[in-house]
Design a protein around this ligand. Structure first.
Ligand code: ADP
Length: 163
């Protein structure tokens, strides 16, 4: 069985993330999309909300499961007996951080966890969760960045933040 984990913050999941999920799901028998419970980041959505968005968006993909984790990715991967982490690369600016993380994970796991990079589809190259939140905070149009049901949830959250 070849399996992979796609870890990330997904706050919120964008069409760029979904594109990576769809492409990676064709490469592996099992893909686990896992939300990192990173308390240090001031997130818009709770981990449970992010998991539920990902579940809804991937419900047509039978080999994709959604989960969450905290702590080190290598420990989580070991516990799941998975040896590949999938990450998306948008621009050179992602590269330095991603390279460092991938090498650190290989070192810490003694070669037990490798990283597979998928380059972003060009139409999503500009997309990030932070820009989605920034645009929505000013009531801008995020319909080309996230699925419609996610856009509704983001606007709702922004309204709550304002009140
Ligand atoms: P993190 O906080 O771990 O970077 P993100 O949720 O921002 O988590 O991203 C998770 C992964 O998805 C990262 O590998 C990131 O580079 C990738 N990613 C984010 N946006 C896009 C996009 N528009 N196209 C392709 N990959 C993306």
């Amino acid at each position: 069985m070849n399996a992979a984990i796609y870890p990330g913050s997904f706050d919120p999941m964008t069409l760029g993330h979904l594109d990576i999920i769809q492409r990676a799901s064709k490469m592996f028998d099992e893909l686990t999309v896992s939300v990192l419970d990173n308390k240090a980041k001031n997130a818009l959505f709770s981990v449970e909300e992010r998991v539920s968005i990902l579940k809804e968006a991937t419900k047509e993909l039978p080999n994709v499961t959604v989960d969450s984790f905290n702590g080190l990715l290598i420990d989580y991967a070991k516990q799941k007996n998975v040896h590949i982490s999938v990450r998306g690369l948008r621009a050179i600016s992602d590269f330095e951080y991603e390279l460092q993380t991938a090498q650190t994970n290989r070192m810490l796991s003694k070669g037990g966890l490798d990283t597979l990079f998928l380059t972003t589809s060009l139409e999503y190259a500009y997309l990030s969760s932070s820009s989605v939140k920034e645009i929505a905070a000013f009531n801008g149009d995020i319909s080309q960045c996230v699925p419609d049901f996610v856009a509704d949830l983001v606007y709702e959250k922004m309204k709550l933040r304002r009140n």
